[in-house]
Design a protein around this ligand. Structure first.
Ligand code: 5AD
Length: 330
């Protein structure tokens, strides 16, 4: 599909054929199994001031927490006990944990449980990424958020677009399976920009693409502006599946936040991953990148069961393998 066709499909108000094709491509290239990745949000301390994000540095209304590496290990053990074969460790971007500390933690989790480990903790140096990979982390998530540099600078006033793209190359070079993605419905974002985002995802040859609707947060400068719609989010998802084929695409929490059936609909138009939140319940309320995140009061075991039921409700099965990249061997 070329850029014009992508734009046309992003704008269509009759997406039935697009959705059908995305579901067909998903079945053919990734099959019926849905991978569950247990998400541990281990710290909301953040040094960045991204204007869309509820845990931005300037948001002094947020109580900050930092789980100890012992607590993170215990949360991982609990998730493994629930049956997860794959864990995602996510935090704000900060120097709160030394590379040595993270290396030791990753080694411990890997040795004890042998599960796949995905990190999502922002921009680091090549040397740091290499050490984390060496320690046994398998995957890294770092969204580029938008491929429009002008929009990027407005949204992330203390970040540099080229640095972020550089980080994505380093992650690949040191041997990670790499995930990136965007937010849909950002203020000032056009369908043309989303088409370019999709083409960049293809160029980066990503193993995983994570994205969701932008949801305005009342405690940020973007309070009161419009957010992303489920319709545009699903059309974007379908197009990513068709253009990228054998890539892992989660039905994200943000999709489930703007519509109670959002994640289910996503599974029906190309998604093949769910990321249940297994953060200890007492920390969840403090990790709100956007308002009304579902499951804040749920125990991790409930979240797991809720999502397992969701998978079955769309006629799919829960994967029993760690769900490594479909493009290159782990
Ligand atoms: N709405 C939707 N997604 C958001 N993120 C951060 N803030 C918001 C928001 N207000 C997303 C960003 C980030 C990911 C961890 O969460 O894309 O990369």
């Amino acid at each position: 599909m070329n850029r014009d066709e992508i734009i046309e499909n992003l704008m269509t108000d009759r997406p039935a054929a697009l959705f059908g094709e995305a579901d067909r491509v998903r079945r053919l290239h990734v099959g019926n199994a849905v991978h569950l990745r247990g998400l541990i949000e281990f710290s909301n301390v953040c040094g960045r001031d991204c204007i869309y994000c509820g845990i931005r540095r300037s948001n002094h209304g947020v109580a900050r927490y930092k789980m100890s590496t012992g607590e993170i290990f215990d949360a991982a053990a609990y998730a493994v006990g629930l049956g997860f074969k794959s864990l995602v460790l996510q935090s704000g971007e900060s120097g709160q944990y030394s590379t040595d500390e993270m290396v030791a933690l990753i080694g411990r989790i890997k040795q004890a449980f042998g599960v796949a480990i995905t990190l999502s903790m922002g921009e680091k140096t090549r040397v740091e990424y290499a050490a984390l990979r060496q320690a046994g982390a398998d995957r890294y998530l770092l969204r580029f958020e938008t491929s429009c540099e002008k929009l990027f600078i407005k949204l992330k006033p203390d970040s540099v677009y080229a640095d972020r793209i550089q980080c994505l190359s380093w992650l690949r070079e040191v041997g990670f399976q790499v995930g990136s993605g965007i937010m849909v419905g950002l203020p000032g974002q056009t369908e043309e920009m989303i088409a370019d985002d999709i083409l960049l995802m293809r160029e980066l040859d990503l193993d995983m693409v994570g994205f969701g609707p932008f949801i305005p947060d009342p405690n940020t400068p973007l309070k009161g502006v419009g957010g992303g719609s489920l319709g545009l989010t699903l059309r974007t998802l379908a197009l990513i599946r068709i253009v990228m084929r054998n890539v892992h695409i989660p039905a994200t929490t943000a999709m489930g936040t703007i519509d109670p059936n959002g994640r289910q609909r996503a599974l029906e138009v190309g998604a093949n991953v769910l990321m249940p939140n297994v953060t200890p319940t007492r920390y969840r309320e403090m990790y709100q990148l956007y308002p009304n995140k579902p499951g804040l009061k749920q125990a991790p075991s409930d979240t797991f069961e809720t999502l397992r039921a969701l998978v079955h409700s769309v006629g799919r099965t829960v994967a029993t393998d760690p769900g490594h990249s479909l493009k290159r061997s782990a």
